[in-house]
Ligand binder design. Structure first.
Ligand code: CS2
Length: 479
């Protein structure tokens, strides 16, 4: 079958949405680290809309680990299909990814892009772990890549190392710093990223760190769009719908939101013109999204997997899980939050529940279960500790924690793998569990996830024990 490329754009079926600009005339103005599915479904689509009026903002994607995206997209001239699967189904060809580099293969090429004056924006979706932060959200100087990059700053491995060396070269060449825009689900992502970069540079060149502290614009953001991983079923569906083959199409729901802290960027893109929300109140959006969408997502993931359920929409068909998600959101989390201006948090929660029910996509719970050690503190423990402070009931927060413990134990016992930067620790933890309520003490003592104060609170212990007992009793019935 013919493959998607600039040369085959004319062969596409007539209802396919094509770029409203000539991709070949777009220049690279953004370097993006982590060009995975989420970026290609989300930011790259906002940029695609921008390119129709301003062709300066093409994206150079940089993969820090795998070659897969480069190998799939370069033969397609960077083009790929975005399948929007919702009440309405649409197939759109995006052309904003103009280049893909693989960091470890050509470090110098990445640094060269980072130093170009016309590259004015650097963005990232490198997941929580890609920021190399410690549990206090500060740069982790024990992280192996950070240790490597401080010893070898001209040949970095980490995202932080690349940004630092890129900025150093820009200053040396008299080029103004880029604007740095992190796009991961990390609270206060801009502040934390900037602090990490400054801390890294301070070890090498204190005056330069000072200049970066003063000059670097690193706005906080909130990103949102449900983007299940690509599978062969999607590849087949897209080929059928567009009329040519695409090695790596992306799927997402129709909803997409990008909230960016207002920042100064003389001559920068007109983000607002393509629907980006620029505000001085990103934290309110970010807290609402992390706790009302991602927290319940992880809850459905661990509690749903325990029930043998595969996807979010199936979990929402299970009356008990659907009620748990709704009550957790509306009764437990909403009272802890400040609403962003003009947003009603109950309506926002209902809209999220509707998104979870979207029957047009199959969002695997196993995918959401990845990286639990990184996600649970941000999505659930933050709300849990505030609920404790306010004297609220915490029994529902305990359900995903107990289910996560069973998830770890099941993986450890079955010899399965856990996708998590702390996988080895977690497997060891799971092997020490004895299928008894005493396991709760063992799990809550895991300090890389549960802070002492929270884990020793009798209300937390009692709630997690109760949830754990329920799960154990169900397993016994099932057996
Ligand atoms: C999900 C998110 O995989 C996960 O952990 O909770 O990727 C979620 O789908 C997005 O944040 C939605 O914007």
């Amino acid at each position: 079958m013919t493959r998607l490329s600039l040369a085959t754009l004319d062969a596409l079926k007539s209802d396919v949405i094509k770029p409203a600009y000539d991709p070949a005339r777009v220049s690279v103005g953004i370097v993006h680290f982590g060009p995975g599915a989420f970026h290609r479904a989300h930011q790259a689509a906002f940029v695609d809309a921008l390119l129709a009026s301003d062709p300066r903002w093409g994206i150079c994607g940089v993969s820090l680990h795998s070659k897969g995206v480069r190998d799939a997209l370069v033969p397609q001239d960077g083009l790929y299909t975005l399948a929007i699967l919702d009440e309405k189904i649409e197939y759109q060809i995006l052309g904003s990814m103009r280049e893909v580099l693989v960091g470890p293969e050509d470090i110098e090429a990445v640094l060269e892009r980072l130093t170009r004056p016309e590259v004015q924006i650097v963005t990232s979706t490198v997941t929580e772990k890609g920021y190399c932060l410690d549990p206090n959200w500060e740069l982790d100087f024990n992280n192996a890549d950070i240790v490597h990059d401080l010893a070898n700053p001209a040949t970095p491995k980490s995202y932080i190392g690349y940004v630092a060396e890129g900025l150093r070269r820009r200053y040396a060449a008299g080029v103004a710093p880029f604007v740095l825009i992190p796009c991961d689900n990390l609270p206060k992502n801009g502040h934390r990223l900037k602090a990490a970069v400054v801390a890294f540079v301070a070890k090498l060149d204190a005056p330069l760190a000072q200049r970066i502290e003063t000059d670097l614009s690193c706005p906080c953001t909130m990103v949102d769009s449900i983007t299940p991983a690509t599978d062969d079923a999607l590849r087949e569906r897209v080929a059928e719908a567009i009329g040519v083959s695409d090695a790596w199409p992306i799927q997402r729901e129709a909803f997409t939101q990008w909230v960016v802290e207002e920042h100064v960027h003389q001559g920068g893109p007109d983000w607002a013109s393509v629907g980006v929300i620029l505000t001085d109140n990103v934290p309110a959006y970010e807290r609402a999204k992390l706790r009302l969408l991602n927290g319940p997502h992880s809850t459905l993931a661990y509690a749903g997997l325990h029930k043998g359920i595969e996807s979010v929409s199936e979990a929402m068909k299970d009356a008990e899980l659907a009620e748990l998600a709704r009550d957790l959101m509306i009764s437990d989390v909403v009272p802890l939050l400040e609403a962003p201006k003009g947003l009603d948090l109950v309506d926002y929660s209902e809209a999220i529940l509707k998104r979870f029910r979207n029957p047009a996509i199959k969002h695997l719970l196993a995918q959401i279960a990845w990286d639990g050690s990184q996600k649970i503190p941000i999505r659930l423990l933050s709300s849990l500790s505030e609920a404790l402070e306010k004297g609220q009931d915490v029994s529902r927060f305990a359900v995903p924690l107990a289910a996560w413990a069973r998830f770890i134990r099941d993986k450890a016992v079955s010899g399965g793998t856990i996708t998590d930067p702390l996988a080895a620790d977690l497997i060891a933890l799971g092997q020490g569990l004895t299928d008894d309520v005493a396991d709760v003490t063992t799990v809550l003592a895991f300090r890389k996830v549960f802070p002492e104060g929270l884990a020793s609170d009798p209300r937390v212990i009692a709630a997690v024990e109760a949830a754990y007992k329920t799960l154990l009793s169900r397993e016994n019935v099932a057996a």
